[in-house]
Write a protein that binds this ligand. Structure first.
Ligand code: ADQ
Length: 463
């Protein structure tokens, strides 16, 4: 079995407990690294005045983590710039928020070269190389240019936008062409894959073969669908743990018989939080008879605070929750509890289990793991109801959720009523249909599926 080199923007530290934002993904990649031996390479999150390329390495058995520091200008242009101000909004269909700056593109290219220069000596002939996400699209091409002939795969964790949107990026052709340096390129859903194939055919004159083969010029790669899962067994067990029971009981006590609706998301415009609050407000205004019987707990830890749009959305949500609470609260009830911090995974599982409704309504999401975690945390004998945006990648798998258009406050209001009044038998039927798939295609399955595809590629091609 080949050794594995995982490359992503940030790296899971070996001596750290997993959890927080990376959760299941970090656990699964770590498990794959332990099984095969190998290295996880990325940015340390630290800056240094002048880039040195010094690699900070930690070892644990056959696995190592290797990180580099970047210059402040790299972080501004590559991370806060091209990754989070250009690609992230564009790939989430938000052309209105997309910033096009040559400096960003230049910084992005420079950091990808720096990654390639530093990781190159760590790659042995037979290693599998697995690059993750939009921060590192051109890395494969940079590695090929440095003589790496290994099997290389790329996985995109966010949506692939429609061609008409992508073509607004000044350097779109050059960027997409670099994906052809990989052997396998993976997406969460058939939708994102189809958009990619459409781009390749219409913009790059590409041709499609059997079994996901895509050819542009002399290069043929395989494009596959590999929907990421969660650590289902571990999360189900966590939801029954003493910590989860404690969190669940705390929620029940503070709810005093009211039904809890829960939302858990990074504070990000793609997650549709303002629209969610508006939908909930519509529900409160249209259903006076239900006021005082439910409340919404929205947990949203801040992210990417250096980017203005993230500060704006935070201000908007503070204002909306204040206004809605001001309008509808009573002396013994507030309709929205809005908290901006992270919670340990077991506690989160307990909160999910206490909630009658999981409200997951992104405007666009590559997959969305919270939807799967909410389902996995439920009590099989009395499960809650998942309300899920049709625009989340997860909706392709979780067809038994109550699916909504997150832009429609009316639909969201109706969905809340549907969920609150859903008979137990129907809740169980829908939950059983969903948990089945979530158990079968968990994060370890995803990892294996991608790596099997990569490993079974004919042979390493010449550099
Ligand atoms: P994210 O956009 O970060 O991931 P998501 O898939 O929902 O979105 O994962 C978030 C993770 O963070 C979940 O595991 C969640 O439990 C955890 N989390 C969120 N808020 C938390 C809090 N307050 N406390 C503790 N944990 C919290 C990107 C893409 C997604 C894709 C994933 C994986 O944007 O579409 O599903 O990568 O590929």
């Amino acid at each position: 079995m080949s050794r594995l080199i995982v490359i992503s923007n940030r790296v899971q530290q070996l001596n750290q407990q997993t959890g927080g934002n990376q959760g299941g993904l970090a656990v699964a990649l770590m498990a794959a690294l332990r099984e095969r031996g190998g290295t996880w390479f990325g940015w340390s999150g630290e800056t240094v005045e002048t880039f040195t390329g010094t690699i900070h390495v930690e070892h644990q058995g056959r696995v190592s983590s290797a990180v580099i520091d970047l210059e402040p200008q790299d972080v501004d242009e590559y991370y806060n710039g091209f990754a989070n101000r250009t690609l992230w909004p564009l790939f989430h269909f938000r052309l209105d928020l997309t910033e096009f700056e040559r400096d960003f593109a230049g910084g992005y290219a420079r950091v990808n070269r720096r990654f390639a220069d530093t990781v190159r000596p760590m790659i042995d002939d037979d290693d599998l190389v697995w690059v993750h996400d939009y921060h590192l699209i051109p890395l494969g091409a940079e590695l090929r240019a440095r003589g790496v002939g290994n099997r290389m795969g790329f996985f995109l964790h966010i949506p692939w936008p429609p061609s008409r949107l992508l073509t607004s990026l000044p350097s779109h052709r050059r960027m997409v062409e670099t994906l052809f340096a990989y052997d396998i390129v993976g997406f969460h859903t058939a939708d994102w894959l189809d958009s990619f194939l459409d781009y390749v055919v219409t913009e790059l004159d590409g041709t499609l073969g059997d079994d996901g083969q895509v050819t542009v010029g002399t290069r043929t790669i395989r494009a596959i669908v590999a929907p990421i899962g969660i650590e289902t067994a571990e999360f189900e067990a966590a939801a029954r743990s003493p910590e989860a029971n404690f969190a669940r009981d705390r929620m029940y006590m503070s709810a005093t018989g009211r039904s809890l609706i829960v939302g858990v998301d990074r504070l990000d415009y793609s997650k549709g939080l303002e629209e969610r609050f508006a939908g909930y407000e519509r529900f409160l205004s249209q259903h006076p008879e239900r006021r005082g019987l439910v409340y919404l707990l929205q947990i949203a830890p801040p992210s990417r605070e250096k980017v203005d749009t993230y500060q704006e959305i935070r201000g908007n949500l503070d204002a909306m929750s204040g206004r809605i609470n001001g309008e509808y609260a009573d002396i013994d009830w507030v309709p929205i509890r809005y908290v901006n911090k992270g919670y340990p995974r077991a506690e989160l599982a307990g909160i999910f289990r206490a909630a009658r409704i999981g409200l997951v309504t992104p405007l666009r999401d590559g997959m969305n793991l919270v939807a799967k975690e909410y389902v996995a945390a439920q009590d099989p004998a009395d499960p809650g109801v998942l309300i899920l945006s049709t625009f989340a990648g997860a909706a392709a798998q979780l067809k038994d959720a109550v699916l909504v258009n997150p832009y429609s406050a009316e639909e969201m209001s109706d969905a809340i009523v549907t969920a609150l009044t859903m008979p137990r038998a129907e809740r169980i039927r829908r939950w059983e249909a969903m948990i089945d798939g979530i158990r079968r295609e968990d994060v370890h399955w995803w990892c294996g599926h991608f790596l099997d595809a990569l490993q079974s590629e004919p042979a390493a091609h010449p550099a």
